[in-house]
Design a protein around this ligand. Structure first.
Ligand code: WTA
Length: 648
């Protein structure tokens, strides 16, 4: 890779508001530094202490075993159950009758559950799963809308020691099938449908298609949500409400080893099929518990709302496990942010008195575009903290979030982390660390992050390089399902003993981190990671396409947009209608989120002499930038000239 050059210059700086600071968990920079230093100098003492705040069923013998690096073993010997951490421990306290979930469906229907009620739901469902022969170590795929039953399903799997593999409800049948197959799932939990933008997403029908001709899945448990028509296979399909109703609410949590697998979550890599990122139990819980508590400064009376879908890691860590381990009250919303009007989010904030809001830059930019009036129409005085995650946030959107949404009162936590890291890694401590628009600021406790060059040498202030992590942390991934080699190769082979995150970054003169986006062949559309390679294979699977190269193009709204360069078969005409068909084809193969914004036909792609497509050049062309850097390895110079003039 060329040196990464960082061009963003931003000089604004905001101290934590005094009012917030005076009540915060960490109240000064000195206090943050002291805690941080201790966590780095003596991580075992630090994490051991945190871990002991959780209800272990059997205490752990040692905090960390790094002898099998890069596979860490945290809290070995300990036994714990994630659903007991999220539910049972609260039943002994005043939180028993505290609201856990305030749910709102897109059409406006509402339900709420106390911790005690959620516990009953989870126990019944756990028994229902057992009744279908599902148990410890079995993989269960969840393909569901954002309804409370999704949270219950995650926790019910955890309760009986089954491994959940949540697949985002926007993925296509093919993507779902690949994930079910890769994880050898024996059961699927889904719904007849889910509401999105006033329409029913036919989830059960997608599951039927995904499972067509695929062996291994003996049970499909179906939540009745939209009452849309569904096909039925009586041996395999079971209605959730029918099976769960007859179950006992007594279901003791399974004692799980700290290093037993809790879940798989698939994410895009630069090559090959999606990776089933494997997280284990004890360390993941400790990491999500502590980050939720400190980064969001969670307090008993807070009403917390994370707008992500449980189908992504943000939903796993900061809808289910982190907030519930802390006994938080949270809002859960099923639908689109502009349904039926562009102020829906702010209406929800007003209705429930949301005090902490955690959302994505792409949503913030959409609200910016829709206009301040939709925000200002609703009372947002309950908000005290704002968060963002998923992609770099541009300073303009950050300022808008602060001024318009937060009325200039609320600190913003810009949190950098990944599916692989399990929990937030770089973030301000809201009461202690001054923020700068566009920077995720400083590492969380125990996180030894740095910026290095190709050889792994640390970069100086304001020099761009690769983001890396030096020390193991409790919620780190333990592997890629079924592919240990790929795990080592992807994350641990660039430099000895250091985790390679795949992001470019720089640190400024204050040590603040500024993330510059992915350096591998992964794009980030609306905060969702997509692999260029998967989109390319979807394109090439179309009979008219011979070869395809996909790159990211900067996009005001979605951060990055998919731009595809395509060479077509002889005799096929490069016309707009074909471009549209190809876009639809990708949407059908992978899901709408992967739909290219632009298709550009070309008679050849720029390649190196060894035949590698030079995506770097294509990125420049897609962004309408001057082609910079080295083109000496280019096989055929005329290709570039021809590409320039070739938009669809
Ligand atoms: C990007 C989402 C800048 C980054 C939790 C990372 C960010 C990828 C931020 C992981 C942020 C996430 N600032 N970039 N605050 N948060 N990213 O696995 O490129 O879906 O590597 O996890 O999103 O995406 P993933």
């Amino acid at each position: 890779m060329q040196e990464i050059e960082s061009v963003l210059k931003e000089n604004r700086r905001f101290e934590p508001p005094a009012e917030f600071q005076s009540k915060a968990r960490v109240q000064s920079f000195a206090e943050y530094e002291r805690l941080y230093r201790r966590s780095i100098e003596d991580p075992e003492a630090f994490w051991g202490e945190v871990a002991r705040e959780l209800p272990w069923m059997r205490p752990f013998d040692r905090v960390l075993d790094w002898s099998g690096a890069p596979v860490a073993r945290w809290f070995e010997g300990g036994e714990i159950n994630a659903s007991a951490v999220c539910l049972d421990q609260h039943l002994e306290t005043e939180r028993r009758t505290k609201t856990a979930i305030l749910w709102e469906g897109e059409p406006g229907d509402r339900r709420s559950y106390t911790y005690e009620e959620a516990h009953v739901e989870v126990c019944r469902l756990a028994n229902a799963l057992k009744a279908r022969g599902i148990g410890r170590g079995d993989r269960v795929a969840l393909y569901m809308p954002m309804v409370p039953e999704l949270t219950f399903a995650v926790l019910a799997c955890a309760r009986i020691g089954a491994i959940h593999s949540v697949v985002f409800g926007g993925f296509s049948a093919q993507s779902l099938r690949d994930r079910i197959e890769d994880g050898s799932c024996s059961a699927v939990i889904t719904a007849d449908g889910g509401w999105r933008r006033g329409k029913v997403l036919p989830l059960k029908a997608v599951v039927d298609e995904a499972l067509d001709g695929l062996g291994g899945v003996h049970t499909v448990l179906v939540v009745r949500r939209c009452e849309n028509e569904v096909a039925w296979q009586p041996e395999r399909d079971v209605w959730y409400h029918e099976l769960v109703a007859s179950q006992s609410s007594d279901c003791p949590p399974e004692p799980m080893g700290s290093e037993d697998t809790l879940f798989l979550l698939y994410t895009s890599g630069s090559t090959g099929k999606p990776k089933g990122i494997r997280h284990t139990t004890g360390g993941y819980l400790v990491g999500t518990y502590l980050t939720a508590r400190y980064v969001f400064d969670l307090r008993e009376e807070d009403v917390y709302w994370c707008t992500a879908d449980v189908g992504w890691i943000t939903g796993h860590s900061y809808i289910v496990y982190g907030p519930m381990a802390n006994g938080a009250t949270q809002v859960l919303y099923e639908g689109a942010p502009n349904q039926p009007h562009p102020g829906r989010f702010w209406e929800i904030v007003e209705r429930y008195g949301v005090s902490i809001l955690y959302t994505a830059p792409t949503a913030i930019r959409a609200f910016m575009r829709w206009g301040d009036e939709h925000v200002e129409k609703f009372d947002r005085s309950s908000l005290r903290l704002l968060g963002t995650v998923g992609e770099p946030i541009n300073p303009e959107a950050w300022m808008w979030y602060r001024e318009v949404v937060g009325g200039g009162r609320c600190p913003i936590v810009d949190t950098w982390w990944q599916t692989e890291t399990g929990a937030i890694m770089i973030t301000p401590q809201p009461g202690a660390v001054a923020t700068k628009p566009g920077s995720c600021t400083l590492p969380f406790f125990g996180v030894d992050a740095l910026v290095v060059d190709e050889e792994g040498n640390e970069k100086g202030p304001n020099e761009g390089g690769y983001l890396a992590v030096r020390k193991p942390w409790p919620s780190m991934l333990r592997g890629i399902w079924g592919d240990d080699e790929r795990f080592v190769e992807t994350y641990w082979s660039k430099w000895p003993g250091m985790y390679f995150a795949g992001d470019g970054a720089r640190r400024d003169e204050d040590g603040y981190f500024w993330i510059m986006g992915r350096v591998d062949d992964v794009l980030n559309v609306s905060g969702h990671r997509l692999s260029t390679m998967e989109i390319e294979s979807a394109l090439v699977s179309h009979p008219s396409v011979v070869e395809a190269a996909v790159v990211a193009r900067p996009d005001e709204l979605t951060g990055e947009a998919v731009c595809a360069f395509v060479t077509i078969a002889p005799g096929v005409t490069a016309e707009e209608a074909l471009g549209d068909r190809l876009k639809e084809h990708v949407a059908a193969e992978i899901g709408k989120l992967a739909r290219p914004a632009q298709i550009r036909f070309t008679d050849a792609l720029p390649k190196t002499r060894s035949g590698k497509i030079m995506r770097r050049l294509l990125r420049d062309i897609a962004a309408d930038r001057e082609i910079v850097g080295d083109t000496t390895t280019l096989e055929d110079f005329s290709v570039l000239a021809r590409l320039r003039g070739n938009e669809d």
